[in-house]
Design a binder for this molecule. Structure first.
Ligand code: ASP
Length: 578
């Protein structure tokens, strides 16, 4: 062992004999004097080898990342380093042992490493030595422990559910594992422990949680990983209020223990439809204004054919007025916003400036009455710019919602230190995909329909609201959950609306349907993205900063080279090759 870690010694320890171990972070050979920075998980201590120290000659062969054990005496430094907690002292080394040699590392092991991400991921074990990542994973540990201690205190039990299982639909593709014993059969890795946690409630456990690995084979974006971790929670004999209350207290506990931040007020709640209407998003960034305003009525009599066509097709004209924006936004900015509109499926972005007079491509179509009405509805006045997307409602919201975010960034309206936790509630149960001609569950098929809407379920499924809720912060979904269906008949109706035949229901979810017939308590739960939570509190936008051994955006592990080919014998044993 060692007597101290490398962040422990201070001035009051001067004169002590100590034994330290660690990696060589840096070596400075000043000719007569040699200094080595010894690094371990906790920090750095400076080792000093004076001119008369016999060990000085040995240091010649010592390189970065060698692993050392030293004995020596703590002494006050002549030139102190105020940036280092141990910066007042150094070790006058009396014994030195090289515990391991190291090749020259392919990346600089320091926070501002110059290595490409590809190199860092290939040598992830070295990358993880960087103090930045060491701190990030300490934070991850602290957050996990804070969650555990809160939930344990609330009488929750922590369980593990199977990884080799059957498909759990969360809207993504499954990762599958071939069965050796059952030819042509496959396990699916869980997209979440959803069905197991419901079954645990049916088993009579009332409060469950799990720090659970989830696997989803989806096209990856920079903030997604094929395997990620959820704080998965389920409770029985509860209502929606109880889940929201528990979750809110848990998040507040984490914010307090990790960040020292207190949130006195309850997190605001925003119905889904209101979030879409005001922010064009089901995960609105509420740290700034620039809310969307519907201007359909203003343009009821429009002479602009694009608007007219959209209105005739029951579309939406969604607008944002940027105060003082007429001179603030350049042509290039506007072209950029136009590109965003197109990226999200809209045909384009229309804009109207109010300089001395109306200007911009829309100007010639806007009458004085329409201008006055815009002023009434959106506050549009001289000096402002009005941006409009005209399209079918979902596209208009989505496009304008993204333009709003880009505007917020461009105009520097977003305060990154603000945590705007907001519940999105009253989600629709289904959405209808016109191209596929079928309904999808917005949350998942086990979500409970709100009581007052039960009667409309069969005839007007898209009008039905669900007991589903998401916690959103800084424009990201941090968690989501729902009350669950605990009645077998209701579950069957929902499956039916989703287009599952009875045979399919039986094949896929027979065990759940069966379980529901043996007395299922009302239950519900939620799952939070642990990786997202760490990113939020660690102040990083890169999910690979918070996952120890992450995959690339093409789902590869550069270090282990997974996925990899199997040899013929294994393929044959799995009956994947004859
Ligand atoms: N299983 C859900 C999810 O992964 C969360 C929940 O409904 O509790 O999003």
């Amino acid at each position: 062992m060692y007597t101290h870690h490398n962040n422990a010694l201070r001035l009051q320890d001067v004169g002590q004999e100590v034994k330290l171990k660690g990696f060589v972070a840096k070596k400075r050979d000043l000719g007569t004097l040699v200094f080595i920075d010894l690094r371990d998980q906790e920090g750095i201590t400076q080792l000093a080898f004076d001119e008369q120290n016999d060990l000085r000659s040995i240091t010649t062969g010592i390189k970065h990342e060698f692993v050392l054990e030293v004995r020596g005496v703590v002494r006050e430094r002549s030139s102190k380093n105020p940036d280092l907690p141990t910066g007042d002292i150094e070790i006058d080394v009396t014994q030195l042992e090289v515990l391991a040699q190291a090749k020259t590392p392919p990346l600089l092991i320091q926070d501002d490493t110059d290595a490409l991400e590809e190199t860092r991921l290939t040598y992830r074990y070295l990358d993880l030595r960087r103090p930045y990542l060491q701190k990030m994973f300490r934070l991850r540990h602290d957050i996990t422990q804070s969650v555990r201690s809160f939930l344990n205190g609330e009488n929750f039990m922590e369980f593990e559910t199977p990884i080799l299982t059957k498909s759990t639909p969360e809207g993504a593709r499954d990762y599958v594992v071939p069965s050796r014993l059952h030819e042509g059969h496959f396990y699916a890795l869980p997209q979440s422990p959803q069905l197991f946690k419901q079954l645990l409630m049916i088993s009579g456990f009332e409060k469950y949680y799990q720090i659970a690995k989830c696997f989803r084979d989806e096209d990856l974006r920079s903030d997604r990983q094929p395997e990620f971790t959820q704080i998965d929670i389920e409770m029985s004999f509860i209502d929606q209020e109880a889940v929201l209350d528990l979750s809110e207290r848990m998040i507040k506990h984490v914010m307090k223990t990790i960040k020292g931040l207190t949130f006195e007020e309850p997190f605001p709640r925003l119905p889904y439809h209101e979030a879409m209407r005001r922010f064009g998003s089901d995960k609105p960034d509420t740290r700034f204004g620039l809310e969307l305003v519907n201007v359909n009525d203003v343009f009821e009599q429009t002479s602009f054919s694009v608007f007219k066509t959209v209105l005739e097709a029951s579309g939406n004209l969604e607008a944002i007025t940027v105060k003082g924006g007429a001179s603030q936004l350049s042509r290039k900015d506007l072209d950029g916003f136009g590109d965003i509109a197109k990226r999200y499926g809209a045909k384009g972005l229309a804009y109207l400036k109010w300089e001395d007079a109306l200007a911009g491509p829309l100007a010639k179509f806007v009458s004085d009455e329409e201008r006055d009405a815009l002023n009434q509805v959106t506050g549009f006045e001289q000096g402002d710019i009005l941006l409009v997307v005209a399209d079918q409602p979902s596209i208009a919201y989505d496009a304008m919602g993204h333009i709003r975010l880009a505007l917020g960034k461009k105009l520097d309206l977003i305060d990154e230190t603000v945590f705007d936790f907001t519940w999105i509630v009253d989600w629709p149960m289904f959405e209808y995909d016109a191209t596929e001609g079928r309904h999808y569950a917005l949350h998942h098929p086990f979500t409970r329909v709100q009581s007052q809407d039960m009667a409309r379920l069969k005839d007007e499924p898209t009008c039905v609201l669900a007991n589903a809720y998401d916690l959103v912060v800084q424009g990201q979904e941090l968690g989501g959950g729902s009350l669950r269906i605990h009645e077998p008949l209701l579950q069957a109706s929902v499956f039916e609306i989703l287009g599952l035949s009875e045979a399919e229901q039986e094949a896929k979810f027979g065990f759940l349907k069966d379980a529901l017939t043996y007395g299922a308590p009302p239950h519900g739960g939620i799952a939070f993205g642990l990786d997202r939570l760490v990113m939020l509190l660690g102040g990083t936008k890169n999910i690979r900063d918070v996952i120890l051994f992450p995959k690339t955006t093409s789902a590869q592990c550069l270090m282990t080279e997974a996925p990899s080919a199997l040899d013929e014998a294994t393929l044959k044993a799995l009956k994947l090759q004859k």
